[in-house]
Design a binder for this molecule. Structure first.
Ligand SMILES: [Zn+2]
Length: 78
C-alpha cells in the first residue's frame, strides 16, 4: 500500500435528502418513488432516524404486479 492510498481524498458517500425531515443523510433507505411523465421515477429516501416512521411504498426495483396463476390453472374449483 502506498502513502497516497491512505491520504488521498476519499470519495464522497452517496447521500440523499430525507423525505420526512429534509435532512441530508449518507445512509439513505429507499421508501418509495414518484412516477414522472418524462423520465424514470424519482426515488424517495428516508434517513435512519425516520425510516421506521415513514410508510414504505414500492420502489422502482420492486415488482408489484399481481402474481400470475400457474399454467393450466383456471382458479375455479373442480
Ligand atoms: Zn429523516
Amino acid at each position: 500500500m502506498t502513502r497516497d492510498a491512505l491520504v488521498a481524498k476519499a470519495r464522497r458517500p452517496f447521500d440523499a435528502v430525507c423525505v420526512r425531515c429534509k435532512a441530508e443523510t449518507c445512509a439513505p433507505t429507499e421508501v418509495g418513488s414518484v412516477e414522472r411523465a418524462s423520465g424514470p421515477p424519482v426515488v424517495l429516501y428516508a434517513c435512519p432516524r425516520c425510516v421506521l416512521g415513514t410508510g414504505a411504498g414500492p420502489t422502482p426495483g420492486e415488482d408489484i404486479s399481481p402474481p400470475r396463476a400457474p399454467a393450466g390453472a383456471t382458479g375455479a374449483p373442480e
